[in-house]
Design a protein around this ligand. Structure first.
Ligand code: PBG
Length: 341
């Protein structure tokens, strides 16, 4: 027991002795470390092979044509990038009711997959699977004539698209459509095609109907033409459905799980990781979170490096093994020995 200005502090209650230098502080946060394997980088790929299109709603991020992708990725891979998540964006190809160009030979992701594989054989490639960037109505599945979702038709179409990406070279299929039963439908097609040991499934398990996807819908040109996504994405208030979704997706054969967005869903992240520690847990720092942090830093309200590392390490603390982040190239640059804090 020691006394300081008459306030008593019990010996075992002295915390400062654990954190008086950076090494000691580091020992308190080993499980929260950010290394290249903890980061996945989302990329938007467009039809025009020579395009680099800055995205207004996501300053600092661009859509790339295949010919510009190689150069963009080279430096980031040198800095340790291990995995990417691909999104296709179409402008000139027609959008229709059944999202024909989600997996047509003209689809930018279909065309990019073999090239990225040949350029960077050690890069792990995940493909987002969804109909919204390619459907005329902008919804994530197939609709019935009355405008409601046709889950059965959606499963058939989405699993076809997933299989096409798998055959074109995707290592990971990441369905973000949120149809019921999609993991099982995709797994069955992978098994029937003999790809079950070569292609993993990363389920967007607990994907909430969040207002933080706005900038992405501008980036991917995937805004619903009418209505919203509340009948298939989870209500932001529902822990119960997130738990049921994780149990279901695991039963159907998902290899990895995801919670999305991150910062206001940390309780869900913690709960799902605690319930299923044997599954790698992904957390998607979504476009709205990217924009929020970017703008706070660019207005001088926060220092980007300090605030972003706090956010990323906290997402790890809550239970994420891998964070999908648009900031990945910046963070990998910071992690280079010459730039370490
Ligand atoms: C497609 C999809 C979305 C995101 C990932 N896949 C948008 C949506 O569901 O409307 C959001 C990603 C982000 O905001 O960064 N369904």
């Amino acid at each position: 027991m020691y006394e300081k200005n008459n306030f008593k502090v019990q010996n075992k209650h002295i915390l400062h002795s654990s954190i008086f230098n950076p090494t000691l502080r580091g020992w308190q946060s080993i499980k929260c470390e950010i290394t290249p394997k903890n980061l996945m980088y989302p990329l938007f790929i467009v039809e025009d092979d020579n395009a680099v299109q800055p995205i207004n709603s996501m300053p600092g991020i661009s859509r790339y044509g295949i010919n510009k992708l190689k150069q963009h990725l080279e430096g980031i891979i040198k800095n340790g990038l291990q995995s990417v998540l691909l999104f296709g964006v179409i402008e000139n190809l027609p959008k229709d009711d059944v999202a024909t160009h989600a997996d047509s030979p003209d689809n930018p992701v279909m065309r990019a997959l073999p090239k990225i594989k040949s350029w960077f054989p050690n890069l792990t490639i995940a493909c987002d699977v969804c109909l919204c960037p390619y459907s005329s109505h902008g919804h994530c599945g197939i609709l019935k004539p009355d405008g409601t979702l046709d889950n059965t038709a959606s499963l058939k179409r989405i699993s076809d698209v997933a299989l096409a990406y798998a055959k074109a070279g995707a290592d990971i299929i990441a369905p973000s459509d949120m149809m019921d039963g999609r993991i099982g439908a995709i797994k069955t097609k992978l098994v029937n095609s003999g790809l079950q040991e070569k292609v993993a499934i990363l389920s967007y398990t607990a994907k909430f109907a969040s207002s933080f996807y706005g900038p992405f819908r501008d980036a991917a040109k995937s805004k619903p033409a009418h209505g919203d996504r509340k009948c298939y994405q989870l209500p932001p208030t529902s822990t119960g459905l997130a738990i049921r979704a994780a149990e279901r997706d695991i039963t159907e054969g998902s290899d990895m799980l995801m919670v999305k967005p991150t910062m206001i869903y940390m309780d869900i992240l913690k709960e799902l990781k605690e319930k299923h520690p044997e599954y790698p847990m992904f957390a998607y720092q979504v476009s709205g979170e990217y924009a929020m942090i970017y703008h706070a830093a660019s207005k001088g309200n926060a220092e980007l490096k300090i605030v972003l590392m706090e956010v990323l390490e906290s997402i790890r603390r809550a239970g994420a093994d891998v964070i999908i982040s648009y900031f990945t190239p910046v963070v990998l640059e910071w992690l280079q020995p010459k730039n370490k804090l």
